[in-house]
Design a protein around this ligand. Sequence first.
Ligand code: ADP
Ligand code: MG
Length: 214
Amino acid sequence: MENINIEDIKKIMCIISDIISENEKKLSELDGVIGDGDFGYTISKGFKAIKDKINKNDEDDTSKLMKSFGMIMMKNCGGASGPLWGTGFINVSDFTQGKEVFNLKDISGMIGSFIQGVKKIGKADLGDKTFLDALIPAYNSMKNDVEQGEVNIVRSINKASKEAEIGAEKTKEMVAKKGRATYLGDRSLGHVDAGAYAIALLFKEITDKLPSEN
Ligand code: ADP
Ligand code: MG
C-alpha cells in the first residue's frame, strides 16, 4: 500500500476507536496508579464520538474531517486529553488542507503535525512521561523511513509500532515532568504512562488490522 485516501483514514480511525474502547478499563486502571483514573473513560468517550461522526458519513474532505475530530475530542474528553488530542487533530486539519491522497511522507507529516499541536498546548517533550514518549519514536521511525526512500505504508507503520511499544515501556523508567503524575514525584517511577500505553496499543492494532503485504 503506497497511498491512502479519506475512506482508509476513516477505517483506521474506527480501528483506533474500537481498540481504545475495548481497553477502556485497562487504560483507566493505568491512569489510576499515577493519575486520577479517568483516562480510559475520557479517551474512549472521545473516540466513540469520532466513530459516530464517521458513521454519519457526512464529510468527504479530510481536512474538515480532522477539524471535526479536534472539536469532538475537545468537547468529549475531560481532563488533559481534550485539549491535547483536540489541538493535535486541529493541527492535522491544517496540514491536510487541499490534500486528498496521502503517501507515507504525508502520513508521517500528519503524525508530525499532531505532535506539534500536542507540544504547543502541553509543552511536553521526550522524557516527560507522556504519550509523546511513544508517539515521537514512532513518528521518527516513519520520518526516517521516508528519508530512506521507503514508500510502503504498512511496512513503515509496522516498524513504528515496535518503536511505540519500546517508547511506552521506557516511560516506566521516567519520573513524570508533565501532567497529574508529577504530583507523585519519584513515585511515578516503575509505572507505565497510560497515554503512552494507549499509543502503543493503537499502533499495534492498526498493524494487525491493515492488510499485510510485501
Ligand atoms: P488528567 O491528568 O487531566 O486526568 P487524562 O487522564 O485525560 O488527564 O490524561 C492523562 C494522560 O495525558 C497522561 O497519561 C499523559 O500521557 C498525557 N499528558 C498529560 N499531560 C500532558 C502534557 N502536558 N503533554 C502531553 N501529554 C500529557
Ligand atoms: Mg486522568
